[in-house]
Design a protein around this ligand. Structure first.
Ligand code: SF4
Length: 508
């Protein structure tokens, strides 16, 4: 929207912290470039937040993997929590995309939106509008928490969510900045909100009694689990922990506020997905030991049971008994469902290394794993195990990295993101979309050991169909048959018109 502004007057009226420069010219958005956005945010006083993000979510080897708008991760976490209202503050086009994607993934919940224009942004009226929206949403009979998410432009302009009230009638108010120029992936944006909520809940627990878990406290000490996983996985993990005298605790990101206290109350924490740096910081501040990797496959389960047993002071013989109880079943499930073939793997869910371990233990050759997530201490056991078996791991992998691996290794099956799958299929190679077809399956314990083989082997067996289709459609849609003119079309000269015969009787 074009708005004519009296900048001098606005400057005089603006509240501290709002950066007028951020609203000049074409405004700021994905198109403005990361450096311009970052500079504007720093000028608006957000250096500390951006520095923290840099430490929590290190970029490199290159800048940022191709990924959807990172804020989707935070939005999704908020929308999946009971009694939680989520409000976006950002450009209308960003909010349109984010709400569309949320509803595409079945949010079935309203997303709050506080619109703005140049004037409300510059004068600070946007902040007042956000505060008003928060007050209107914070109804204790409906909500435990209201989440406000600053997208790129309000973050770059320094809209100060930290100045929102912390609570309204007992409803917590959580304001977070989730700019695309500060948080590299939507996976890590889940951590931004989960970490902010854990911090809030930890402070509450330190100040006095808090709500007990819905089903009461477990008799056995629990292990909180970090990472969105297949719904059966926490149940399987609970079974694996039982011979250690432990139980599976809440999964973070949680599905309701009171589960945060239960998670903080756990005896230990399992960082199943390894990129939740801010959440881990809160658990460590609460004095909870954090264990990396996950109980995947034979070796992964053996190491994980030992690591969890050790941090929870479980006697050695009990750990050995748990291993003896579960490992033969996992080995049996793996050998009953072998996978034969070369597979390249890439994704942005954070579970890529775990899936690769399962594939390797099932007998597959996995020369390459790419993950959009960074290298962290909690995936180090998986990195060491995979690299010892010749797997090349690329953290913060870009699409170019994944495609180059596909060209180099010519796999029998490519598991990856949408463009990787598209490229593989074009080349006549069976391919599976990681997010929908692989990460939406059980991976843990014996249940996980056999679950991948079915879908992977079915895809591998599709190769002859791809060959037949390629042969049938050979040349269609490429080169001269692409439907695109290869050259400027030449107009043929029309044949010369014949002189009409002289009509009978006409005068010469
Ligand atoms: S909020 Fe998301 S879509 Fe909007 S400018 Fe930032 S990264 Fe792009």
């Amino acid at each position: 929207m074009a708005v004519s502004l009296d900048i001098a007057a606005l400057r005089a009226r603006r509240p501290e912290g709002i950066d007028i420069a951020a609203t000049q010219g074409d405004g700021l958005g994905c198109h403005a470039g990361k450096d311009a956005m970052r500079a504007a945010a720093e000028a608006a006083g957000l250096s500390a937040t951006l520095e923290q993000y840099k430490r929590d979510y290190p970029a490199g080897p290159h800048d940022q993997p191709q990924s959807m708008c990172p804020a989707f991760g935070s939005l999704r976490v908020g929308l999946r929590m009971r009694r939680t209202a989520t409000i976006l503050s950002g450009s209308a086009c960003c909010v349109y995309g984010l709400t569309f994607t949320s509803h595409f993934y079945g949010a079935r919940r309203s997303v709050g939106y506080v619109p703005f224009n140049s004037e409300t942004l510059v004068t600070g009226k946007l902040f007042e509008d956000i505060r008003e929206a928060v007050h209107a949403s914070a109804k204790p009979e409906e909500c435990d928490a209201v989440v406000v998410i600053n997208l790129c432009v309000p973050t770059a302009s320094g809209v100060p969510l930290r100045l929102l009230p912390k609570q309204i009638d007992g409803v917590r108010v959580i304001g977070i900045d989730v700019p695309g120029f500060g948080v590299p992936t939507h996976a890590e944006a889940k951590d931004v909100l989960a970490g902010a909520m854990l911090k809030f809940a930890r402070t509450e627990a330190e100040q006095g009694p808090v709500q007990a878990p819905r089903g009461g406290r477990s008799e056995r000490p629990s292990v909180a689990l970090i990472g969105e996983m297949f719904p059966a996985d926490p149940v399987v993990i609970g079974g694996l922990l039982e011979p250690l005298g432990l139980s599976a605790g809440p999964v973070v990101p949680t599905r309701e506020w009171r589960e945060l206290y239960g998670a903080l109350d756990a005896a230990a924490v399992a960082a199943i997905h390894p990129f939740y740096t801010a959440s881990v910081r809160e658990f460590e501040a609460a004095g909870r030991p954090v264990v990396g990797s996950a109980p995947v496959g034979h070796d992964g389960t053996a190491e994980w049971l030992e690591a969890i047993g050790n941090v929870c002071d479980v006697p050695r013989d009990k750990i050995a008994a748990a291993q003896n109880r579960w490992l033969p079943a996992i080995r049996g499930a793996l050998s009953a469902a072998p996978i034969r073939g070369r597979i390249t793997l890439s994704g942005y869910e954070g579970s890529e290394l775990l899936v690769a371990r399962l594939l390797v233990e099932s007998g597959a050759e996995v020369p390459y794993v790419g993950t959009a997530c960074p290298r962290t201490p909690w995936s180090e056991p998986d990195r060491a195990w995979l690299e010892a078996r010749g797997v090349r791991i690329r953290y913060r992998a870009s699409l170019e990295d994944d495609l180059a691996a596909f060209e180099e290794f010519r796999p029998d099956l490519a598991i990856g993101t949408t463009p990787v799958v598209q490229k593989a299929k074009e080349a006549g190679t069976p391919a599976l979309y990681f997010t929908n077809l692989i990460s939406a399956r059980p991976l843990m314990g014996a249940a996980g050991a056999g679950s991948l083989a079915k879908v992977v082997n079915a895809a591998l067996a599709n190769r002859p169909r791809f060959d037949a289709m390629r042969a049938f459609f050979e040349g269609v849609g490429t080169g001269h048959a692409a439907g695109i003119w290869q050259d400027v079309p030449r107009i043929k000269a029309a044949p010369k018109a014949q002189a009409p015969e002289k009509p009978v009787g006409e005068m010469a």
